[in-house]
Design a protein around this ligand. Structure first.
Ligand code: HEM
Length: 120
């Protein structure tokens, strides 16, 4: 069966029962391995987070390549290889949520190192 048919036929592909979540940095990093039951997450453009566990076996570039972007912000790698690929449509059923914005992310490298706010 091809990927599109699989994606359409599997009920609750992400295991999230249709719920979308805000994925924290910590949560994303936990999913950097391919688990048999648990998901491997991948982030692409617009900070969407996808569960690519099932797609893994269908990726024309292979599992090893796809796993390079698991658990991290994978957009740059993705774009270097195939900017033209319509991941949004291909992975529609695999969407887990969006990256949660952390207050400290915006401050990283600047205010966080200031002695008066070092507790951040
Ligand atoms: C996250 C979602 C991704 C999707 C939906 C996806 C999808 C695809 C598709 C549709 C192709 C075939 C393109 C064509 O023949 O024109 C492809 C090929 C390929 N992908 Fe991905 N990809 C993803 C991520 C990645 C990442 C992160 C990497 C590398 C780090 C990667 C590496 C490759 C390589 C090397 C090929 C070429 C295989 C070949 O032509 O022999 N892909 N991918």
């Amino acid at each position: 069966m091809d990927w599109i048919r699989v994606a359409k036929s599997v009920r609750d592909l992400t295991g999230m029962r249709g719920r979308l979540i805000d994925v924290t940095e910590e949560e994303l990093q936990k999913h950097n391995i391919r688990a048999t039951v648990g998901p491997a997450y991948e982030v692409t453009q617009a900070s969407m987070v996808y569960n690519v566990s099932l797609y893994m076996d269908f990726h024309p570039g292979g599992e090893e390549e796809l796993m390079k972007a698991a658990g991290i912000y994978g957009t740059d790698l993705f774009d270097q290889i195939h900017r033209w690929v319509n991941y949004e449509s291909m992975l529609k059923e695999c969407l887990v949520g969006r990256m949660a914005l952390k207050a400290s992310t915006a401050l990283k490298g600047t205010v966080t190192h200031h002695p008066s706010v070092s507790g951040l």
